[in-house]
Write a protein that binds this ligand. Structure first.
Ligand code: NDP
Length: 445
C-alpha cells in the first residue's frame, strides 16, 4: 500500500475514532482511486479527498416517544449531510438498534458516489435512529416517527435534503414521517421519496433496488455472453431489496433458492416461485414474522443463525446488511462455482471478501453500482413531484433499466483492466470524477 494511503487512513482513524465501518468504506474507495489521483494531481492539490470524507454537516438529536403502556423511551436520531456538490442531499433513513454515527457516515459516504453514478443530480446523505421497529405496534412506530420528524423537519426540504427508506423504514414509516412533515410545515411537497402512490410516490420505487440489482447482474453477465436465465441464485435478507430481487430473478428465468433474516436462512431447492414470494411479502410486510415460517409452510430446510453462502449457486445477491460476506463466505462462494455477485445491500462484503472475488476474477458488482436503482428511482420520483405528474410503470422501469445500463458502462469505462472489469475501481473512479470536478468548479466550499 502506498505511503500516501497509509497516512491518509491514519488521519481518518484518528479523527473518527471507533467508526470502523466508516474507516472500511473510506479505505475501499481511497485504495482504488489513489493511482488515478496521482495521475491527476489537481484533485490532491485541492484537497478533494480530505474534503470528500468530511460531512458538510452532521445533525444528532434526541427522539423521545411514549409506548402503548405510557412508558417513555429516548432514542437518538441522526442525519448526515455528506455532500451537496451535484444536488440536494439524498439518501435513506435506517431504523435499527445497531445504528450509530460510524455506520451512518459509511452509508452517507457510499451514497455520494452511488448518486453520482446514477447520472441524476443528487448529493449524498443518510440518517436514521437506533430505534427498533421490530415488535412495536403501529401506533408506537407512528409516535416515534412523529417525534423523529419534529426535529428532522428543520433540516430537510425538497431542495435541501430529501430522505428515503432503508432498513426498518418502509412504506408505513415513510407515511407517518411525511404526514408529520406536512402538518408541521403546512406544505405538500416532495420532501421524502418512497411515498405511497396516492400521495406523490413513483411506480416501481418499491421494486427499484432489487430490480436494479438484477439488471446490473444481467449487464455483468452479458460481458461474458451469459445471462440470468437458468441461473441458481442465492439471495440474503427478506426485506424490500431481497423480495424484488427474487421477483426479477424469477421473471428473467433464473431460480432463487434462499432468503434470510437475522434468525437464519431458508434453502428451497425447488425455487422461490411467484406464489411462495407472495407468502414472503405477506409474512414480512404485513404480519412482520420470521423467515423460518417459510420453511414450515413450504417444507424446506431452515438453517438457524447461518448465512446462505454455503449453498451452491451461480449468482449471489447479498441483500440484507453490511459485512454479511466474510472472507470465508467469499471463499465458499467461489469454490462452489459462483460466477457473479451483485450487491443489493450496502457494503455487504468485507474487504478481505472483496479481495477473494477480485482474485478469482469473478463478476463482482459493488453495492454503490449494483444497488443504485433504488436511489435512481427516488430521483425520478423527485422529478415527477416537481412537475406534478406521474409516469407509467413501463416508463419508470425503462428509465431504471437504462440507468443501470449507464452505470454499468461507467464501471467498464473506468474499471477495465485488459479483459477483466474491476467494478470496484470503475464505480469508485466513475462516481468520484463528477463530484470532484463539481467541487473544483464551485471553489473552496
Ligand atoms: P428491510 O428492512 O426491508 O430488510 C432488511 C433485511 O435484512 C431483513 O430481512 C433483515 O432481517 C435483514 N437484516 C438486517 N440487519 C441484519 C443483520 N444485522 N443480520 C442479518 N440480517 C439482517 O431493508 P432493505 O431491504 O431496504 O435493505 C437491505 C439492504 O439494502 C441494506 O443494506 C440497505 O442499506 C440496502 N439498500 C436498500 C435500498 C432500498 O431502496 N431499500 C437502496 C439501496 C440499498 P431482520 O428482519 O431479522 O432484521
Amino acid at each position: 500500500m502506498s505511503k500516501r494511503i497509509e497516512s491518509f487512513m491514519k488521519k481518518i482513524i484518528e479523527k473518527n475514532p471507533g467508526e470502523t465501518e466508516f474507516h472500511q468504506a473510506v479505505r475501499e474507495v481511497i485504495e482504488s482511486i489513489m493511482p488515478f489521483l496521482e495521475k491527476n494531481p489537481k484533485y490532491l492539490e485541492a484537497k478533494i479527498p480530505e474534503k470528500i470524507v468530511e460531512p458538510e454537516r452532521v445533525i444528532m438529536f434526541r427522539v423521545p416517544w411514549m409506548d402503548d403502556k405510557a412508558e417513555i423511551h429516548v432514542n437518538r436520531g441522526y442525519r448526515i449531510e455528506m455532500n451537496s456538490a451535484i444536488g440536494p442531499y439524498k439518501g435513506g433513513l435506517r431504523f435499527h438498534p445497531t445504528v450509530n454515527l460510524g455506520i451512518l457516515k459509511f452509508l452517507a459516504f457510499e451514497q455520494v458516489f452511488k448518486n453520482s453514478l446514477t447520472t441524476l443530480p443528487m448529493g449524498g446523505g443518510k440518517g436514521g435512529s437506533d430505534f427498533d421497529p421490530k415488535g412495536k405496534s403501529d401506533n408506537e412506530v407512528m409516535r416515534f416517527c412523529q417525534s423523529f420528524m419534529t426535529e428532522l423537519s428543520r433540516h430537510i426540504g425538497p431542495n435541501t435534503d430529501v430522505p428515503a427508506g432503508d432498513i426498518g423504514v418502509g412504506a408505513r414509516e415513510i407515511g407517518y414521517l411525511f404526514g408529520q412533515y406536512k402538518r408541521l410545515r403546512n406544505e405538500f411537497t416532495g420532501v421524502l421519496t418512497g411515498k405511497g402512490i396516492n400521495w406523490g410516490g413513483s411506480l416501481i420505487r418499491p421494486e427499484a433496488t432489487g430490480y436494479g440489482a438484477v439488471y446490473f447482474a444481467e449487464e455483468m453477465l452479458k460481458t461474458r455472453n451469459d445471462s440470468i436465465k437458468g441461473k441458481i441464485c442465492a439471495v440474503s435478507g427478506s426485506g424490500n431489496v431481497a423480495q424484488y430481487t427474487v421477483e426479477k430473478v424469477t421473471g428473467l428465468g433464473g431460480k432463487a433458492v434462499t432468503l434470510s433474516d437475522s434468525g437464519g436462512y431458508i434453502y428451497d431447492e425447488k425455487g422461490i416461485n411467484e406464489k411462495k414470494l407472495a407468502f414472503v411479502k405477506e409474512l414480512k410486510n404485513v404480519k412482520r414474522g420470521r423467515i423460518k415460517e417459510y420453511a414450515k409452510e413450504f417444507n424446506c430446510k431452515y438453517f438457524e443463525n447461518q448465512r446462505p453462502w454455503a449453498v451452491k449457486c451461480d449468482v449471489a445477491f447479498p441483500s440484507a446488511t453490511q459485512n454479511e460476506i466474510s472472507e470465508s463466505d467469499a471463499t465458499k462462494l467461489v469454490k462452489s462455482g459462483c460466477i457473479c455477485v451483485a450487491e443489493g445491500a450496502n457494503m455487504p462484503t468485507t474487504q478481505e471478501g472483496i479481495k477473494i472475488f477480485l482474485k478469482a476474477k469473478i463478476l463482482y458488482g459493488p453495492g454503490k453500482a449494483a444497488n443504485a436503482g433504488g436511489v435512481a428511482v427516488s430521483g425520478l420520483e423527485m422529478s415527477q413531484n416537481s412537475e406534478r405528474i406521474s409516469w407509467t410503470r413501463e416508463e419508470v422501469d425503462s428509465r431504471l433499466r437504462n440507468i443501470m445500463i449507464a452505470i454499468h458502462a461507467t464501471c467498464v469505462k473506468y474499471g477495465k483492466e485488459g479483459k477483466y472489469i474491476d467494478y470496484v475501481k470503475g464505480a469508485n473512479i466513475g462516481g468520484f470524477i463528477k463530484v470532484a470536478d463539481t467541487m473544483l468548479d464551485q471553489g473552496l466550499v
